[in-house]
Design a protein around this ligand. Sequence first.
Ligand code: PLP
Length: 478
Amino acid sequence: MDDETFRAWAHRAADWSVDYLAGVGERPVRAQVAPGEIFRQLPAAPPAEGEPMDRIFSDLDRVVMPGMTHWQHPRFFAYFPANASPPSLVAEFVTAALAAQCMLWQTSPAATELETRVMDWLRQMIGLPDGFSGVIQDSASGATLAALLTARERALGFSGNQKGLAGGPVLRVYASAQVHSSVDKAVRIAGYGDANLVRIPVSGPLHGMDADALDAAIRADREAGLVPAAIVACLGGTSIGACDPIEAVAAVARRHGVFLHVDAAWAGSAMICPEFRDLMRGAEAADSLVFNPHKWLFTHFDCSAQFVRDPKALTDTLGIRPPFLRTLGQDGFVDYNEWSIPLGRRFRALKLWFVIRSYGVEALQGMIRDHVAWARELAGIIAADPDFELTTAPILSLFTFRYAPAGAGTGAGTDALDALNARLLERINDDGRTYLTQTRHDGRFVIRFQVGQTATTREDVMIAWAAVREIAAGLRAG
Ligand code: PLP
């Protein structure tokens, strides 16, 4: 492709992007295709000769777009958000143009040094004290794995990497059942074994871990000759937003010398608002904390921010320095690949820099405050509706509810109401005006509602609710 053709297509892609985002609210939120429908339209063999860009671009609209679920839709209230923004998109475009592989300081000093600076901005923004060093990971899963590997090595005196785990002590990890499945996965990959993930019961309105039960579990393990290695505390669990009492959990961690990792993948972004920081009280005593600006801080996926108290423990765990990666004749810099599982690194700091500078902290706080306020308002409306039940109160901008129409009563039985709600959810998502997902809480099928998209307004929240009520009424009538 010559420069002028590239310029024309780059402009066309920019126009396409602006038009797409301006009109995304008119599309059904969740893709409305059947499994295999897109695949069948794609030729089985690659083209032997290049095709005109016009044809490729028109196939984007014809073949690909019907199979897209629109995460930037203002009425996307499913899962957790992945709320991108125009400044982040522009930065991603530039990042793609640079196409730099930023594995070492030397392979792009600006990428490393911008990352160090922007991560320190983020640290200040969420109110973490001095003394934490930040790194951008590809995902919260990757950060949690890095943390549990570090905890493993710390518990083994940094000998596990050299000797392997065979014949060593049994290492234990503690978490509530509210943590994300990435913790289960990290426990597996890091070699602890599923059986050594000890589940601590939760209680209270925040569904947080019982710190006394945690303390008792660690003592019992010690007495049995097992080695407590790590605690994973949850700040904003995926299912219902559960928050562990981090201060009390951190006190237990300190008492027993156990590594504490805090998974704040979703809720961490809200910590830029001082009024929500009660939820993270005690996090300053953690060894590691992760949150995803790619969820709720208007920054494109992927961008996961991990803060560690002792970066040397992390680099002693993950750093490997073969001769072909040495930077000759220079000293005193950070090579972030030694902080992460993959070697290769995208220039992820750029989009964060664009976002923070372009909005400023106050505007970012304002958007998050709106999301929380609208979620709370809608939860209040649902709690007052005789046909619905608010099954978990909002924690920040996430709550759950279910349809329990007056006539159905509790006598309809859990299974019948579960089935009714599953049917309702299917119809809501087939309808396309909004997109919601489910979880199980207290043994019941419940519908999750989180507010966090960049383009969402209060009106979108209310339109979604009106759609839910209308579809529920139709379900009952039909
Ligand atoms: N932790 C929590 C609380 C999450 O909600 C999620 C994903 O939704 C993850 C971890 C995993 O995030 P990632 O996709 O960045 O690995």
